[in-house]
Design a protein. Structure first.
Lengths: 633, 240
C-alpha cells in the first residue's frame, strides 16, 4: 500500500465508525478516498443538491443546519456527514458549511454502500438518526437488563384459575384464599383450532377465556348491585391479552402500558404459567437498592449504618454494570441516601426524645434532584414549625442536626464545604423565616442569594412534616416564574461554569494539581447543565426536582425550541452515566471515586460524545442568555 | 491589464511552444505529451485538469544529481484523487549517498531493484499529458525532468507549471507590509511545504515521500485558491 493511502488509512482507522472495520474494508475505503478543501465559510453541501460521496472531516470543522436555518450539529476532525443523503435519495437535506478551513476525505457512494452491506456496525452507525450521542444513549437503554431478562423470571407462583361457570362469590373466595387480585377464567373444551386451548397436568382440555380482577368485582358486581351468584361468564370481558414466557420483561411492561392493564397472564406455549403485575416489574427494577434500603432500616446504631458503606458502593457498581441508566442509578442511590438520613433521624429521635415542635428535615442538591451518585456531600436544612421558640427549642434541633450530620459523615457523605447543613443556625429556621428567605432571594437577587437559590431551590422533604417543604416548593414555583429579573439573574449565574471546550472541539483540561489533564465532569458538565435546566424549570413554574422530570415539564410547557429538551436530556444522561461508569471503575480498582476523567483515556467515540454533550450544554447556555434577558429598567 | 495582455501576446506563448514541439519532436511519447497541449491562457483555473508532481532527488543540481522517486496525483480545484496517482522509485545512474538515504527513507535495496528512469519516462509523460503541473518549489521537478528526458531521449521537455511556494511567497514575502516588517526585524514566515500547509489548517503528513508530498501540494494549492483566488482566476495569472 502506498504511503499516502496509509496516511489516509491511519487517520480514518482511529475514528468511528471506521475504527471497527476489518482491515480489508479499511483498505478499500482508504484506497478510494478523494480529497477536497474548503475554506471557512464555504457551503460544502447545498440543500437539494445530489451528493455522490460520504464526507469525512480530516481537519477543520463544519456546521450542519436544519431546514429552518437552526444549527443541527457541529462536526470536527474524524466526523462524517452526508450519510443521510446517501441512505435516502442522495439529496442533501441539511446543508453543511465549513466554519474552519476544512479538508474532507470523500468516500464514494459505491464504497459507502459496500460498507453498509458488509458491516452491520457500520450500517447501524450511519443509519442511526442524527446524533451519535442520541444513538449511544439509546443503545445503552436497549442494552438494559430489562431487555435481556425473560418475563418468566418474575413469576412467583402458579396462576389462580377458575371455571367461568362458577359464581362471582366462588371466585372472590378463591382470590381471598390465595391473596391475589385477579383470577383466570377457563372452560372445558376441545377446540383444537383455538390458540387459547391447553391441557392441564391431568390431561384435561381447557380453554382460557378471560381474566377477572378486583376492579371487575367492584365495578360489575358491587356497584351494579348484582348478585354474588352471577356466573363469572356473565361479567367476563371475553378477551384476554397474554404474553409468552420467553418474552422480555421490557416487552411485558410495554404490553401492559400499551393496553393500559396492570396484570398480564404469562403463557408457556398455550398453558398459563403465571400472572405478572406492573408492580412486579417496578420492584424488579429497583430490587438491589430496595434490599439495601430494608437493611438500612434494620440497623440500630450509627456505627452499624456506617458499616453499610461498602454495600452502598457495591450496589452502585452493580447498577452500573447491569447497564442501568443514570436516572435509574441516581434514583436508587438517592433513595439509599434518603433512607440513611431517615434512619439517622429516627435514631436521633430515639435518643433525644420526640421533637418539641413539628419540623421537617429537608435535603437539597443531588438528593432532592434524585440524581445522587457515589461521591456526594451532604446538603440539608431544617424547617421548623412557626411555634418554634429558639430559647426553648433550639437546643433540641441543634443536637438533632448535629447527630444526623455527623452520622452522614460517618456513612460516607462528608460535611458540606459550603455549610449547607441543618447544623448551621441560618439553615435551621421556622417556616415563615424560610418563606421570607426565599421571597427575598427572588425579589432582590444578589450574587450570594443567587448562589443560595441554586442550592436551596432543589429541595425535597426527607423526614417530618412534608407539607412544610411543599409550601416552600409552591412558593418558589409561583414567585420565580413571575420574576423576570430573578430569572435573568439566575440565568446569568448559570453561565458561570462553562463546558471544557476550547475554540471548537478541543478539550480544555484542568491543571489543578490533583487531577491534571482532566475534565471535571460534574463541575464543568453536569452541574452547569442542572443550572440551565433549573432556570427553565423555574421559568415554567415546574415543581419537579429531578433534571429529567424538569425537562419533561419544560418540554410540555413549550419553553424551548422543539427537540432541545431531548438534546439536553441526552447530554445529561450521557455526562451522568460516564461519570458513574468512571466512578464504578474507580471503586473496582480500589481507588477513591471522583468526578474527573482524562479524555485521552477514553475511547474515541466516548470522547466524541462527550464533546457533543458539552457542545449541547454550551449552546443551551447561549440560548439561556436570550431566553431570559435582563428586563430593562 | 491591457498592456500586460499585449506583452504576453508579443512573446511566444506556451501554446505556440507546445504546438511547435509536437511537430518537431521525434520521440513518440514527447510528441504525444506536447500534442495534448496546454490550457488556454485566459481560461479559468477551475476548469483545468491539474497534476501535483513531486520528485525526490539525490541533490539540488540536475547536472550532478539524479531522481530517486516520483510521485504524482491528478486533481482539479474540486477534488484530489490520490488513488488515481502514481509512484515510482527509480535507480539513479550513480549510487545513493548515505545522507540522501536518511532523508528519503528509501533504502539501497529498494533503489537497486528499481528500474532506471529511462524505463518509466514514457509513462510519466503520459500521466502529465493534458494536465497542468503543480509543484512546491519550481527548481526541482521541471529541470530534473528536462535533464532526464534530454539525457535519455535527446530532446527537451519543458512545460508551464504552477509553483505553490512562489504563490505563497506572493503574500507571505511580498505583501504590503514587507518593508515595515523588515524594519521591525520580523522574520519572514517560512514558505516550506509543511509550514505553508499549517497556515491553511491542513494536517501534518509524515513527509519525504514523493506521493504524499504531491498530495500535500495538491491540497495546498486548493487551499491557496480557496483563500486568495477563485476558480475563475485565469491560468496565466498563476503559471510560470
Amino acid at each position: 500500500m502506498e504511503a499516502e493511502i496509509l496516511e489516509i488509512r491511519d487517520h480514518i482507522s482511529r475514528h468511528p465508525p471506521f475504527d471497527g472495520l476489518p482491515d480489508d474494508l479499511l483498505d478499500k475505503v482508504a484506497g478510494a478516498v478523494e480529497i477536497a478543501y474548503s475554506k471557512a465559510g464555504t457551503i460544502m453541501a447545498e440543500r437539494d443538491r445530489q451528493v455522490q460521496a460520504l464526507s469525512y472531516i480530516r481537519s477543520g470543522a463544519v456546521e450542519v443546519y436544519r431546514h429552518n436555518g437552526q444549527l443541527f450539529s457541529r462536526l470536527g476532525e474524524g466526523d462524517i456527514f452526508g450519510q443521510f443523503a446517501l441512505l435516502r435519495d442522495g439529496q442533501v437535506r441539511f446543508p453543511v458549511q465549513a466554519i474552519e478551513d476544512t479538508l474532507v476525505y470523500l468516500i464514494p457512494k459505491s464504497v459507502f454502500d459496500q460498507l453498509c452491506a458488509a458491516d452491520d456496525d457500520f450500517a447501524d452507525f450511519v443509519e442511526l438518526s442524527g446524533s451519535r450521542l442520541k444513538s449511544t444513549v439509546e443503545q445503552s437503554l436497549r442494552n438494559n437488563d430489562m431487555i435481556a431478562t425473560p418475563v418468566r423470571r418474575l413469576i412467583s407462583r402458579l396462576p389462580v384459575m377458575i371455571e367461568e361457570s362458577a359464581s362471582v362469590q366462588e371466585a372472590a373466595r378463591l382470590m381471598t384464599e390465595h391473596d391475589v387480585s385477579s383470577v383466570l377464567l377457563l372452560k372445558p373444551g376441545n377446540d383444537e383450532d383455538s390458540d387459547r386451548m391447553f391441557a392441564d397436568a391431568e390431561g384435561r382440555q381447557w380453554l382460557l377465556t378471560g381474566m377477572i380482577t378486583d376492579k371487575d368485582l367492584r365495578q360489575r358486581i358491587v356497584a351494579e348491585g348484582a348478585s354474588p351468584q352471577t356466573p363469572l361468564a356473565r361479567i367476563s370481558h371475553g378477551w384476554i391479552i397474554t404474553i409468552q414466557s420467553n418474552e422480555s420483561v421490557n416487552e411485558a411492561m410495554l404490553t401492559m402500558l400499551r393496553n393500559n392493564i396492570q396484570r398480564l397472564p404469562i403463557l408457556h406455549r398455550r398453558r398459563p404459567v403465571g400472572v405478572v403485575y406492573l408492580s412486579d416489574i417496578v420492584r424488579y427494577e429497583t430490587n438491589n437498592s430496595l434490599y439495601l434500603v430494608n437493611n438500612i432500616f434494620s440497623r440500630t446504631s450509627v456505627k452499624a449504618l456506617a458499616r453499610l458503606t461498602p454495600e452502598v458502593r457495591a450496589s452502585f457498581v452493580r447498577l452500573v454494570d447491569e447497564g442501568a441508566t443514570s436516572r435509574m442509578i441516581g434514583g436508587a442511590m438517592s433513595s439509599v441516601g434518603r433512607s440513611l438520613m431517615r434512619r439517622l433521624v429516627e435514631l436521633a429521635e430515639a435518643d433525644l426524645g420526640p421533637p418539641p415542635v413539628p419540623y421537617c428535615f429537608m435535603g437539597h442538591g443531588s438528593l432532592a434532584r434524585n440524581d445522587q451518585s457515589i461521591t456526594t456531600d451532604q446538603d440539608n436544612a431544617m424547617v421548623l414549625h412557626d411555634a418554634f421558640e429558639p430559647k426553648r427549642h433550639d437546643d433540641y434541633f441543634k443536637e438533632l442536626a448535629r447527630y444526623v450530620s455527623d452520622g452522614l459523615n460517618a456513612c460516607g457523605y462528608p460535611y458540606c464545604k459550603g455549610g449547607v447543613m441543618a447544623t448551621n443556625d441560618q439553615w435551621r429556621q421556622p417556616l415563615a423565616r424560610w418563606k421570607r428567605y426565599f421571597s427575598d432571594w427572588i425579589a432582590k437577587p444578589d450574587p450570594q442569594r443567587l448562589l443560595h437559590s441554586s442550592i436551596f431551590f432543589d429541595l425535597d422533604a426527607i423526614h417530618g412534616e412534608t407539607r412544610f417543604v411543599e409550601e416552600l416548593q409552591d412558593l418558589i414555583a409561583a414567585r420565580a416564574k413571575a420574576s423576570p429579573r430573578f430569572l435573568a439573574a439566575l440565568a446569568r449565574n448559570a453561565l458561570g461554569r462553562t463546558p471544557p471546550l476550547g475554540f471548537f472541539r478541543t478539550f480544555v483540561l484542568e491543571q489543578d494539581g490533583r487531577h491534571n489533564n482532566s475534565i471535571n465532569l460534574k463541575g464543568r458538565g453536569i452541574a452547569p447543565l442542572n443550572d440551565v435546566i433549573r432556570v427553565h424549570a423555574l421559568g415554567v413554574g415546574s415543581r419537579g426536582q429531578n433534571g429529567f422530570e424538569r425537562l419533561d415539564e419544560i418540554s410540555a410547557a413549550g419553553a424551548l425550541p422543539a427537540g432541545q429538551t431531548d438534546k439536553l436530556s441526552y447530554a445529561l444522561e450521557f455526562l451522568s452515566i460516564v461519570r458513574m461508569r468512571h466512578q464504578a471503575q474507580a471503586i473496582r480498582d480500589d481507588h477513591e471515586p471522583h468526578n474527573a476523567i482524562q479524555p485521552d483515556r477514553v475511547s474515541d467515540s466516548e470522547r466524541h460524545n462527550l464533546k457533543e454533550a458539552f457542545q449541547i450544554l454550551s449552546n443551551a447556555q447561549s440560548f439561556l442568555r436570550f431566553r431570559y434577558p435582563s428586563p430593562s429598567r | 491589464m491591457i498592456l500586460g495582455k499585449h506583452q504576453r501576446q508579443a512573446s511566444p506563448s506556451w501554446a505556440d511552444y507546445f504546438a511547435r514541439q509536437a511537430e518537431a519532436c521525434k520521440t513518440p511519447a514527447l510528441k504525444r505529451f506536447y500534442a495534448a497541449g496546454v490550457p488556454a491562457e485566459e481560461g479559468p483555473i477551475g476548469d483545468v485538469p491539474l497534476v501535483a508532481l513531486d520528485f525526490e532527488t539525490t541533490g539540488m543540481d540536475p547536472r550532478e544529481h539524479a531522481i530517486v522517486s516520483i510521485g504524482l496525483v491528478p486533481f482539479d480545484l474540486r477534488v484530489i484523487r490520490p488513488s488515481a496517482g502514481r509512484y515510482w522509485v527509480v535507480k539513479p545512474p550513480r549510487p545513493l549517498t548515505e545522507e540522501s538515504i536518511a532523508f528519503h527513507r528509501i533504502t539501497h535495496s529498494e533503489v537497486e531493484q528499481a528500474p532506471p528512469i529511462a524505463a518509466i519516462l514514457d509513462e510519466v509523460l503520459s500521466e502529465l499529458a493534458g494536465r497542468l503541473v503543480v509543484v512546491h518549489y519550481r527548481n526541482i521537478e521541471r529541470p530534473f525532468l528536462d535533464a532526464a528526458v534530454m539525457a535519455n531521449r535527446g530532446e527537451h521537455c519543458l512545460f508551464p507549471l504552477i509553483d505553490t511556494m512562489a504563490l505563497e511567497a506572493r503574500w507571505e514575502r511580498h505583501g504590503r507590509l514587507r518593508g515595515i516588517k523588515r524594519l521591525l526585524g520580523i522574520q519572514p514566515s517560512s514558505i516550506r511545504l509543511a509550514d505553508s500547509r499549517g497556515r491553511y489548517g491542513l494536517p501534518h503528513y509524515s513527509s519525504h515521500h514523493a506521493k504524499v508530498d504531491a498530495m500535500a501540494t495538491a491540497e495546498l494549492f486548493q487551499a491557496q485558491m480557496a483563500r486568495h483566488f477563485g476558480p475563475s482566476t485565469p491560468v496565466s495569472d498563476l503559471w510560470i
